[in-house]
Design a protein around this ligand. Structure first.
Ligand SMILES: [Zn+2]
Ligand SMILES: [Zn+2]
Length: 92
C-alpha cells in the first residue's frame, strides 16, 4: 500500500495518470517514469514505480534542491537513481 496521495499545492487527493512530452524531453528522470496530475490544480508529480506514492513535484522551472530522489513512503524506501544523478539542468 502506498501513502495517500496529497497535492503539495492545493491539498486535494485525486490524481490521474498523464503523459507530458515536454517534461519527458526536459527531464531525464521523467522519461522512464510515470506522472500523476492533481485534478484540483494540475500540479504534476513523478510517481514511485514500486509503491505508487508521489515522489516529487515536477514543474517547468524545476531546480535540483526541489526534487526528492527518495520515496516518501517509509515502508517502500525506493530511491530513484535518475533523480539522484540529475544535475539540475533541463535538456531543452
Ligand atoms: Zn493540486
Ligand atoms: Zn515507493
Amino acid at each position: 500500500m502506498g501513502l495517500q496521495k496529497v497535492c503539495q499545492v492545493c491539498s486535494k487527493t485525486s490524481f490521474r495518470h498523464v503523459t507530458d512530452e515536454w517534461m519527458k524531453r526536459a527531464f531525464k528522470f521523467v522519461e522512464k517514469g510515470t506522472l500523476n496530475m492533481c485534478e484540483g490544480c494540475g500540479a504534476k508529480y513523478l510517481v514511485c514505480p514500486k509503491c505508487g506514492s508521489l515522489m516529487t513535484r515536477i514543474h517547468p522551472a524545476l531546480e535540483q534542491w526541489e526534487v526528492d530522489a527518495k520515496c516518501p513512503n517509509p515502508e517502500c524506501d525506493y530511491e530513484d537513481p535518475e533523480i539522484k544523478a540529475w544535475d539540475g539542468v533541463s535538456a531543452r
